[in-house]
Design a protein around this ligand. Sequence first.
Ligand SMILES: Nc1ncnc2c1ncn2[C@@H]1O[C@H](COP(=O)(O)OP(=O)(O)OP(=O)(O)O)[C@@H](O)[C@H]1O
Length: 534
Amino acid sequence: MPRTLDAWHDSDRLLRLAAQTFFDQLSEMCEGILVVDKSARIVWIDDRWQRNIQSLGFNDPGEIIGRPVEEIVPNTLMRHVVDTGKPILLDILENKAGTYIVSRFPVHDESGEVIGAVGLILYDRVESLKPLMGKLSRLQTELAQAQSELARQRRTRYTFSNFVGNSERALDVKSRARRAAVLNTTVLLLGETGTGKELLAQAIHSASSRARHSFIAVNVAAIPETLLEAEFFGVAPGAYTGADKRGREGKFKLADGGTLFLDEIGDMPLALQAKLLRALQEREFEPLGSNAVTRFDARVIAASSIDLGQLVEQGRFRADLYYRLNVLPIRLPPLRERVEDLEPLCEHLLEQIALDNEMQPKEIDREAIDALARLPWKGNVRELRNVLERACSLWDGIRLTLDAFREVLPELEAMPADAPGAAQMTSAASRVGLAPVANDVAGLVALDRAIATEVPVVLGASGAFGASDASDPSNSSDAPLPERIAQLERAAIRAALVATGGNRVQAAKRLGIARATLYQKLEQYPELAAASSR
Ligand SMILES: Nc1ncnc2c1ncn2[C@@H]1O[C@H](COP(=O)(O)OP(=O)(O)OP(=O)(O)O)[C@@H](O)[C@H]1O
């Protein structure tokens, strides 16, 4: 079939000519061509490419032929193309000679083996692309900043040295946590709000072999129930209408290799508890809207300020999940049970406050510490820090005396000097008993704080719950509006907590706000947080 043969020969010739024409056209169009052999040594450059020689520090083409390409062209990827046999169709090459838009192709022999590569400078007047390049570089800078901020947030701030306290209880907590750090098991931190559960979780992570990886914290209570699953396990691309087309990674994935801190685990809805249990057991999970499983390798540290055992009894927490989490429980004592740590804690917190506010650290009188030791500190170290911060801002002197705290804690006034220590003061009834009620300002505030700390008792003890906190400067009609609004807000939240016996879910409903919003508010007002159960 001569015609077919002719056609074959014709097409073969045609192809060769096409390749030649393509090459000629391309060399016309582009700003320079460079060819390397299979060991990435330069074998040929065209006339246009020669224009770059001087900017690269050479005078003659003879000086560069036969040399490894990266010795001549900094940042080139020609060797990569030869090694992988894969083209790089479009790239930006930046080096001391300038910024270029380049293209790189492997060259194959008849058997398909890579025998070299061709590099084309498509565009060398990147100056004219300046606005575009400027935008690109701005975006790159922003991305780098966002990435470093994210990495900073995911790094832990705390180590064991930040957990202040030399009391027997504090030392015991630290030694248990140190032991937990070297193991890879699940840890359960139990303790009232503000006792340092998150601090300890970070310290365990920092001292573990996972320290180089992320520490991801999720407050289960602060996330609306409907969003929890996506937040935990992520969303597959295009999983549902309105979902991000590219999907979203969940906290489990983000914590991969590192530590996942699940705060207020007792607030997790039952349906999600099942999925969490499976994830912990199987070490894999399915993102929302996906059938494919994702493996994960993160240590889980869970925390709770309520007795999980009790929740199990009430059928609000799965027993199997409880046992799975309760491998290594650590109980953090409330501050009132380790009042000997008050002094070092005050010193540490005063230093922190000074650093944060760029001021000289204040000192604290022994007499003031003794008085503080008699308070119940339901908001624990967090509440202590708030009190110290307020005292620092209101008190001019360098030493915080008892008077400095009388301004912040008027109930100190009402408390007899020989009042029993906080450790013995286990009920609000005893505190209310100490305080004169009604029109006496200090008494009213004492009552107010007692309400904030021991809700149910005071419910019966005072019908005057709605009475405003007369000693609070924000109550004065001269107080700025934001302070007065905050005061009203506190009063409303407190009233709702009282009315619901401290139940946060019901209180949020009563207030007509989302549960997550209430949790945010309680973070703002730890003395109220201390008053409520979950
Ligand atoms: N032992 C401690 N030494 C120094 N600072 C502490 C200590 N315990 C708690 N803090 C500080 O008190 C504040 C509250 O601590 P953290 O958030 O760890 O408590 P938490 O138990 O996780 O509270 P919540 O249950 O409300 O989330 C933080 O500023 C923390 O640095």
